[in-house]
Write a protein that binds this ligand. Sequence first.
Ligand SMILES: [Zn+2]
Length: 212
Amino acid sequence: MGTVALQEHAPDPALAAAAGVIGPNALIQVAAALKDSHGPAEAAAVFARAGLSRFLDQPPETMVDERFVTALHATLRARLGVAEARAVADDAGVRTAGYLLAHRIPSAAQRVLGVLPPVLAARMLMGSIGAHAWTFAGGGAFTYRADRPVVFSVEGCPLCRDAHAAPGAVLCDYYAGTFRHLFRTLVTPRARVAQTACQAAGAAACTFTITW
Ligand SMILES: [Zn+2]
């Protein structure tokens, strides 16, 4: 049984992690979600305030500096408020998963996952995601336990870096949306993703639980 190939844009994972870069969907899909929910003018204003206008005019085709992703999420929260920023980030995550399903996860692998019991499909999917964590975690450290429930963490999370949230609050819906859509499509439609801890609220890592 093969592994699920999730290909992204930079060839060298070690180099990518060292440089702190992230796949371009982290910017592109936030732009798309923001345009749909708040209109092109607000999207332009957010990207301008974050110093990222050039990426709105010309979507990036290669890995981007993770500091741009951090700045974009901080600006989203500052302009829209936390609740709306979280909704936009979640939608951007869903769109990123849609991109991966359409372009990066081969249909043969998707069929294999579709016939496996959910626990085994989850294990296989998490193995592949773990191997490609450098495409979304930047300089952060991704760890996971592919059991039931699935638990994963990003230590040094680029989404909420330098942010401060109330105790118990969470901010990292971009990951939650991405994993939820991938799991509902490839593992079980009953999958639910909850962020249980966030560095912005003082946790050691941003942690998520996937149940079904
Ligand atoms: Zn977080």
